[in-house]
Every structure is written in structure tokens, then in C-alpha cells.
Design a binder for this molecule. Structure first.
Ligand code: DGL
Length: 258
């Protein structure tokens, strides 16, 4: 495997751009191909079998383009398919999303933690195991972010409607005293402004695992001897299973995501 080969980052749509931003920031010499499915988004209410199938198609596509490492920048696809993908592609390092329940449980003072994620992630094993391990004496309140993904996909993050939609989801957590709210879906960091407006007057932090995931990518590159050469000029490109207009929207949103 050539070390200057690109890293492949995959999500159901635009959400994984929040992870891509951190990977590009932390690893500026690495080329990155971002694949935002777009055609089958949202994944959040699809069956595990369907998500596995879609994830295999995505990984095949990225491997076909010569990627040396894959980041599944989608909590839903991680929950449904990461073990399956690692079994199917044992020679390729595959990084998934870890719901940031651990850091939230370590930081909480009120002992109440909120978790926002898609329905499929919340009923998956990965989430249940993490919550049981770190949240034993903590009240963990989970809520699916209904309508969140659509707001991001349609570029409506800045709208008044966005504040209303997120407010409906987090109000009960805030009223119970949550001081940490985990963003358990890669689309949700795009709604941070709306979330902060909806939480005005409450002392609460929103926890996004993207940076930790990017650090893990760096570690794995080192472990596998796959870092790009010093001074390598990174190249960036975008792929989708939707149409050319969607591909261009991905590129634009990435450019706006600083
Ligand atoms: N961005 C994805 C996640 O992290 C999935 C959103 C969706 O397609 O429902 O879960």
C-alpha cells in the first residue's frame, strides 16, 4: 500500500464533513476522498441489514479509488456495520465513530448526561455497551434527533426552524439538569449554533467526538506505517452515490466548514 494514498471518509451524507474537517486539520499532509452517499440518506431509520449493504458498497468504492484507511464517519453505520466491515476487510484499517458517552460521563457534575443520536444508533449494541460501562451511576437520557439530519442536508442549520427543532429534543434533558449533551451523530455538530441558542440560560456543554476520531486515524496510520511522506501535498476530492449537484454541494459545504 502506498503511503501517499488517500484516506477514505464515508457518511450517509454531509454529516461526516464534521469529521473530515478534524482529519484535514490534524493530518494536513494526508489526501482525503470524502464519500457522502446522499442517495440513501438518512440511514437513521433503516434496518441493520440495509445499512451493512450500503456500507459495503461505500467501502468497495473507496478501496477501488485506492484508499489506504477508511473512516466510517457515521455513528449509525458504525453501530450497524463496523464489526462486519472489519471482518470483511481485515487488511484495511477501519476507524468508526465512538459515541462520546465516556468523556461526557467523566465530565458531568450534575450526574445527568443527554445523548442525541439517530434511532438506529440508540438501539444498537455499541451505544448500549458504552452507556452501561461509563454511565453506571449517572442518569443517561437518550433522545433521537428527529429532523436534525434533514436540516443539515438541506442547509437549513441557521434557520429559526432549526432552533425550534433542536429545542424540542433537548428541553427535557436540560430540565432534568443535564450538563453534558453528547452529539452522537456526525450531522449534529453542524447544528451547534442552533443548539447553543436553544440552551441559552443553561450551563451545558455539547460533546463532539470528531477530534478524538481524527487522533485515532493518526495513531492507526503510525501503527500501520501508512503516514504520507513529509511535505506531501494533500489532494482532496468528493464522491457521492447521488448526482453531480449533490457532489458539488458536498465540496461547497466542506469549504464552508472551517
Ligand atoms: N451522520 C450519521 C450518523 O452519524 C447518520 C445520519 C443519518 O443518515 O440518519 O449517525
Amino acid at each position: 500500500m502506498k503511503t501517499n494514498a488517500p484516506i477514505g471518509i464515508y457518511d450517509s451524507g454531509m454529516g461526516g464533513l464534521s469529521v473530515r474537517r478534524e482529519v484535514c486539520r490534524l493530518l494536513p499532509e494526508e489526501s482525503v476522498i470524502y464519500l457522502g452517499d446522499g442517495k440513501n440518506c438518512p440511514y437513521g431509520s433503516r434496518s441493520v441489514e440495509e445499512i451493512r449493504q450500503l456500507s459495503v458498497e461505500a467501502v468497495e468504492h473507496l478501496l477501488g479509488l485506492g484508499c489506504k484507511l477508511i473512516v466510517v464517519a457515521c455513528n449509525t453505520a458504525t453501530a450497524a456495520a463496523i464489526e462486519y466491515l472489519r471482518g470483511k476487510y481485515p487488511h484495511i484499517p477501519i476507524v468508526g465513530m465512538e459515541p462520546a458517552v465516556k468523556p461526557a460521563c467523566l465530565r458531568t457534575r450534575s450526574r445527568v448526561v443527554g445523548v442525541l443520536a439517530t434511532e438506529r444508533s440508540l438501539d444498537g449494541d455499541l451505544f448500549r455497551r458504552t452507556a452501561a460501562k461509563y454511565g453506571a451511576d449517572i442518569e443517561v437520557i437518550t433522545t433521537p434527533g428527529r429532523g436534525f439530519v434533514e436540516l443539515v442536508e438541506e442547509n437549513r442549520e441557521q434557520s429559526a426552524e432549526a432552533v425550534e427543532v433542536v429545542s424540542r429534543a433537548i428541553r427535557p434533558m436540560l430540565e432534568r439538569g443535564a450538563d453534558q449533551i453528547v452529539l452522537g451523530c456526525t450531522h449534529y455538530p453542524f447544528l451547534l449554533e442552533a443548539l447553543e441558542r436553544a440552551a441559552e440560560g443553561y450551563r451545558v456543554s455539547f460533546v463532539d467526538p470528531s477530534e478524538a476520531v481524527a487522533r485515532r486515524v493518526g495513531q492507526l496510520l503510525d501503527e500501520h506505517g501508512l503516514r504520507a511522506e513529509a511535505g506531501h501535498r494533500a489532494e482532496y476530492s468528493f464522491e457521492t452515490f447521488a448526482d453531480e449537484a449533490y457532489r458539488q454541494r458536498l465540496a461547497r459545504k466542506a469549504a464552508d466548514t472551517k
